[in-house]
Design a protein around this ligand. Structure first.
Ligand code: MCN
Ligand code: CUM
Length: 791
């Protein structure tokens, strides 16, 4: 037995507990090129699949001739929609209760849509096979804008759906219309803004892919695939294929970035599975970059018109807005809320707004499906962008400094839990403190002076603020589910006789560092050094059932489950300690990694000694072993807060703008690994910067996707990305066992408005209210030259 005393208590940071900026254990393999991604999987007899995609956006399919493809040596299967239909798989249900074509049969509805696929001995033969397929298309007019799609005379895209006589996908409203109308009647100032949040794409470095392996002897199906949510995929396959779950194994190996792109279910996965079933051989499908950019996981693409009712002193009396969203050809949003438009009504949650009303419509268009994906908890990014752009415009209209305007309206610390006009309950925060810290860090007053001085010499400086709280951590099971399965998550912990342990969760890391941080939670709860805890995720045969990683839900939900399972282990270890120390449980105290006798602190046993006893020296009647699991159903979403402040200089001659400084103040509650949290914030700010000024995917009038390659769709590199100055406030989450809130998406959500607000501030004397993203130099130049908004 250990003879340690209280004074030698383990140093939590030294064992890699909470608060330790532990180096990421997964990086040891990633930076050596030793990760194991889907494309690294090779199975005996494996064949390769390629997809033939539609070159046109909207057309009736008159015929598909595959005979030439079948003749190519090495081609094993040519699959068309007709053949899939024989298996009832030409269409699949989406997670938003719509249907989506797996392979087109009647029409193609967006450029890049899956029309056929070819399986061959190698991927090159499969590609040749695709090129040998002859498809006769009868072109139809294309619609690429949701408002045009909802016009009277627009061609009906989803004529496959019974009763669908227009392109309306859904309409929705929330809030109190009458009270809001009254607020606007009483307003001293009404401030309006219209804008478009452009379509964007997560573009992870690794594209999507799968290796499907159907064993004809056992009829078991194993699929290695790029998914952020393996158990949901297994549930979906079980439901669609009417197979029991134990015959389906989904393995999500290392993932080279998800960013939301790997949440939806894509036709490519389904085709790979179907081809493997038909051929009885493993089939690998690896998407190429254009395929990824043209067909998967789009985000945003939303038009806003809205207004704020203001009192002359700057207090907000009410808010109302309308949003039109472009859902693409199929409504395939992978999101667990009961709201078709996601959580757009989290807008204005950080401000004390008495009342509000939101209306929204979603439209089908001839564009790839998508909507909620890309580092965003379900249209929260658009909501916060519109909120902060409108706040900036309103500050000008009401004649207040934008920081002071926000300060007057931010929810105060003593108002929590705070009920928003749209029904959310925000949990905690110190919003004013974050804002003040940000202003101090950027040297707000000094910058305003510098700006005025510079203006005298014809220079345009600008400062942009963005403050927001967002709902992270879907969900709680009362309100959030996918396919009827509630949004809890899970952890299973097995402590071995030597005190080493393996932890598995229902989440799935794609670069966020779960292998590092979950071990830190175990270290914090049990005193087992983080280095002694192996973390595994992503295999449905071994991981406990969980709903996966998106919506920054891993820490709020799976992370909480890790804490809870560790506590269960500790409770059993306490009984073992009492047995070893020959005292009753009530006489035992816990300090990190050790139980001791209250009256004689020098008498104690380590957690490792308890682990050994669980297998070799348990008391009579006690079940052996030290393993357990926990399922955690969060009582609420977590509500982190952020304040981002950006300064820029705009060159009036060219419209080019340079970022001078970026200050970020994030409050995500208790930070498990501060270094990883900072990495998440920097990554998010980088994406925010890119969205604000360089990324867009547009479509011409015929529906051709312009920007489906990295020459047009730009990814930020170290060269253009500005430096970030990070600051921290900690308001523990009141309902999370560790006080942690999610953080993975904050900077990507709140960041874009700070950049755009800064540019607009630099143009404040021109009367221009809005330039739509990306805020390209030519748009800025045009705005300065014309004094008009640029969309
Ligand atoms: N963390 C922490 N303390 C907190 C909150 C988080 O130490 N208070 C740590 C976590 O332990 C975890 C990381 O920060 O290691 C992110 O945690 P969390 O906020 O819970 O988010 P998730 O793990 O659920 O990640 C999802 C989120 C989303 S939705 C997108 S999209 C996104 C993002 O993460 N995709 C990413 N960040 C990404 N980062 C990388 N590298 N790759 C992606 O694909
Ligand atoms: Cu919506 S992107 Mo993330 O939630 O996987």
């Amino acid at each position: 037995m250990s003879e340690a005393t209280n004074s030698t208590q383990l140093d939590e940071v030294r064992i890699g507990g909470i608060g330790a900026s532990r180096k990421r254990v997964e990086d040891a393999r990633f930076i050596r090129g030793r990760g194991s991604y889907v494309d690294d999987i090779t199975l005996p007899g494996m064949l390769h699949m390629e997809i033939l995609r539609s070159p046109v956006a909207h057309a009736r399919i008159k015929s598909i001739d595959t005979s030439k493809a079948w003749e190519i040596p090495g081609v094993r299967l040519v699959l068309t929609g007709e053949m899939a239909a024989q298996r009832n798989l030409a269409w699949m249900p989406t997670l938003s209760y719509d249907t989506q074509a797996v392979l087109a049969t009647d029409k193609v509805r967006f450029q890049g849509q899956e029309v056929a696929c070819v399986v061959a001995d190698d991927p090159y033969i499969a590609k040749d096979g695709c090129e040998a397929i002859v498809v006769e298309y009868e072109p139809l007019p294309a619609v690429v804008n949701p408002r045009q799609a909802m016009a009277e005379d627009a061609p009906v895209i989803r004529d496959d759906k019974e009763g669908q006589t227009d392109n309306l996908c859904y309409s929705w409203e929330v809030g109190d219309k009458e009270a809001t109308d009254r607020a606007f009647e009483q307003a001293d100032v009404i401030s309006r803004l219209s804008l478009h949040y452009p379509r964007s794409h997560p573009s992870p470095i690794e594209n999507c892919g799968a290796v499907a392996s159907f064993d004809q002897a056992t009829e078991n199906l194993t699929v290695y695939m790029t998914t952020q949510a393996p158990h949901i995929i297994r549930a979906a396959v079980a439901l669609v294929a009417e197979l029991p779950e134990h015959m389906i194994r989904i393995i999500s190996p290392d993932i080279g970035g998800g960013f939301g792109n790997k949440v939806p279910v894509y036709p490519g996965y389904v085709c790979a599975i179907l081809c493997s079933i038909l051929l009885g051989k493993p089939v690998k499908w690896i998407e190429d970059k254009s395929g990824n950019l043209i067909s998967t996981g789009f985000a945003r693409d939303m038009y806003f018109d809205g207004e704020l009712a203001l009192r002359s002193d700057g207090r907000i009396l009410g808010v109302r807005f309308h949003a039109d969203t472009d859902q693409g050809a199929f409504f395939s949003d992978a999101q667990p809320s009961k709201f078709k438009i996601g959580l757009v009504h989290s807008a204005f949650a950080c401000y004390d707004v008495p009342t509000g009303h939101i209306t929204a419509r979603g439209a089908y268009t001839n564009k790839a499906p998508g909507g909620v994906a890309y580092r965003c908890s379900f249209r929260v990014t658009e909501a916060m962008f519109f909120q902060e752009r409108l706040m900036a415009a309103a500050a000008v209209d009401v004649g207040l400094d934008p920081a002071e305007f926000r300060r007057r309206n931010l929810v105060r610390d003593d108002q929590f839990p705070y009920r928003t006009p749209f029904g959310f309950l925000t949990d905690s925060g110190q919003y004013q403190k974050c804002l003040d810290l940000g202003l101090e860090a950027i040297g707000y007053d000094q910058f305003l002076e510098d700006k005025e001085e510079a203006a005298k010499r014809g220079r345009r400086l600008g400062i942009g603020i963005s403050t927001m709280t967002e709902p992270l951590g879907a969900g709680n099971s009362r309100e959030y589910d996918i396919l009827g399965i509630k949004m809890f998550d899970s952890a299973e912990l097995r402590v071995h006789p030597t005190g080493k342990a393996i932890l598995r969760t229902g989440a799935k890391t794609q670069g966020q560092g779960h292998e590092t941080t979950w071990a830190q939670i175990v270290a914090h709860e049990l005193g087992i050094p983080a280095a002694d805890v192996l973390v595994e995720e992503g295999d449905t045969d071994t991981a406990p059932f969980g709903m996966g990683t998106y919506a920054s839900r891993s820490t709020p939900v799976a992370g909480a489950a890790v804490a809870m399972v560790s506590r269960k282990i500790r409770a059993k270890a306490r009984k073992l300690a009492a047995h070893l120390l020959e005292v009753s449980e009530e006489d035992i105290e816990w300090e990190l990694g050790r139980f001791y006798v209250r009256s004689a602190p020098a008498r104690g046993v380590s957690i490792q000694e308890c682990a050994a006893a669980a297998y070799g020296n348990m008391p009579d009647g006690m079940e052996p072993g030290l393993e357990n699991n926990a399922y955690y159903d969060p009582p609420n979403l977590t509500w982190p807060f952020a304040c981002y402040i950006v300064t820029v200089e705009v060159d009036p001659e060219s419209g080019v703008w340079d970022v001078l400084r970026v200050v970020a103040v994030d409050d995500c509650g208790v930070r498990i690994n501060p270094m990883i949290v900072e990495g998440q914030i920097m990554g998010g700010l980088t994406e925010a910067y890119a969205m604000s000024n360089m990324q867009f995917i547009t479509f011409d009038a015929d529906g051709n996707c312009v920007g489906s390659n990295y020459m047009d769709y730009l990814l930020p590199t170290a060269w253009e990305t500005p430096g970030f100055e990070l600051h921290e406030v900690t308001t523990p989450c009141p309902h999370h066992p560790l006080g942690a809130k999610g953080v993975g998406e904050c900077a990507a959500v709140g960041g874009p408005a700070a950049f755009v607000n800064a540019v607009m501030d630099a143009l404040s004397d021109t009367g221009v209210r809005n330039i739509d993203m990306p805020v390209l130099p030519d748009r800025v130049w045009e705005a300065i030259a014309t004094g008009q908004d640029v969309s």
